[in-house]
Write a protein that binds this ligand. Structure first.
Ligand SMILES: C[S@@+](CC[C@H](N)C(=O)[O-])C[C@H]1O[C@@H](n2cnc3c(N)ncnc32)[C@H](O)[C@@H]1O
Length: 367
């Protein structure tokens, strides 16, 4: 029998969907060219799943060793945040484990910058002649942004969940939010596609674009594409939980700074923005005339979050060693001591993030 995990909204996501869950009915399409099928993949109504382009690719199924937890790409089980297809090449993009996204969901929800909600609500309330909100969640993963944001917004909402990973889109669809702040209905559809190919047309009629824990894994070009698409569609963007490149561990250790520096360098590999993401996004949106606000959204992890802290530590240190192999011996000792302190409830960690709200100039096309 398939394992399930309870989400914040009470929906359930299968812990290990088999290969058929991720590949059923998938043809060729992208975010700007989606043919929707009326085949709800989950128990609730209001879901439309879009076709993707995964035929011929095998996805981890019953082999749980293929699922790798942690905070970044790796091949060592138990250490990092992503899943790689067993037959994927080294150039393929990292794939994120739903278990990791679930582990961080509570800390993400606590960290999000509530100060950005009021200016967003004001903008949404002033949309001309809207029947309901149309919200695009790009890089949605298993959909944690929708589970957090939908209950903070009034009115009927239709969420369009974008990701390049159909495996995660499946989770997002079955555990989608059901109702808004005032009890209005929330419906969802999924679209498989790459943000690098997002166009203003794909956002036609959008009230809002959201993302969470996404910007730092994008390139400057991809962030530029996202900003141009939002500006072209005249819709605001709430882009949350981008890493800021700063962490504070208490008690401190002489190796903290070296690990942090190596981790940040690792994040910038292959042109990804890492800790430069929020600045780059703010610049990209401002170039299109948007008003940009940035607020801190740090994880504050104490003894109650020890499972997340331990997994984050493994990923953080693992990435640093991958970047600077000469750190390995000292880093192994460091990680053992940090994990022991974490288990004993003696470690506190602040992982700094930023949330960004970009209010693009309306074009009159929003619903
Ligand atoms: C760190 S996860 C965050 C997922 C989710 N937003 C959350 O907060 O739990 C990043 C997500 O972005 C997706 N992603 C990364 N780069 C992408 C791209 N260029 N196009 C589409 N999706 C992308 C990944 O597949 C993954 O689901």
């Amino acid at each position: 029998m398939r394992k399930t995990a309870t989400t914040q909204t009470g929906g359930t996501i299968p812990a290990q969907p088999g290969p058929r869950d991720a590949t059923d009915g998938l043809g060729a399409s992208d975010a700007s060219d989606v043919s929707a099928t009326a085949q709800p993949p989950g128990p609730q109504s209001g879901i439309v799943s879009a076709e993707g382009e995964m035929s011929g690719v095998s996805v981890p199924g019953s082999d749980t060793d293929a699922v790798i937890l942690g905070a970044g790409p790796s091949f060592r089980p138990g250490e990092r945040a992503t899943v790689r297809l067993r037959d994927a090449g080294s150039d393929d993009p990292p794939r994120y484990a739903p278990e990791w996204l679930e582990l961080r969901e509570g800390a993400d929800a606590t960290a999000r910058a509530h100060d950005l909600l009021d200016p967003l609500r004001i903008r949404l309330a002033n949309l001309p002649g809207r029947a309901g909100l149309v919200i695009h969640d790009v890089g949605c993963g298993t959909g944690s942004m929708g589970r957090w944001l939908a209950p903070h917004l009034d009115g009927a909402q239709h969420w369009i969940l974008h990701d390049r990973d159909p495996y995660l889109l499946h989770f997002a669809a079955v555990a989608s939010p059901r109702s808004g702040a005032d009890g209005s209905r929330v419906t969802v559809e999924t679209r498989r596609g790459d943000i690098g190919r997002l166009t203003p047309d794909a956002l036609n009629g959008a009230s809002l674009v959201t993302a969470s824990a996404l910007l730092d894994v994008l390139t400057r070009e991809e962030v530029g594409t996202l900003a141009a698409a939002c500006a072209g569609a005249g819709c605001p963007a709430l882009l949350t939980l981008s890493v800021a490149g700063r962490v504070e561990l208490t008690p401190s250790d002489p190796l903290d700074a070296e690990i942090a520096e190596a981790f940040n360098a690792h994040q910038r590999r292959s042109g990804m923005l890492g800790p430069d993401a929020v600045t780059a996004a703010a610049e990209a949106f401002a170039e299109h005339g948007a008003t940009v606000q940035v607020h801190p959204s740090p994880w504050r992890l104490g003894p109650d979050e020890s499972a997340l802290t331990a997994q984050w530590l493994r990923g953080w240190v693992g990435a640093a060693v991958e970047e600077r192999p000469e750190l390995r011996e000292r880093a192994d000792r460091y990680l053992s001591e940090r994990l022991a302190a974490c288990q004993a409830g003696e470690l506190r960690v602040v992982v700094h993030h930023s949330d960004l709200l970009a209010l693009c100039r309306p074009t009159g096309g929003a619903s």
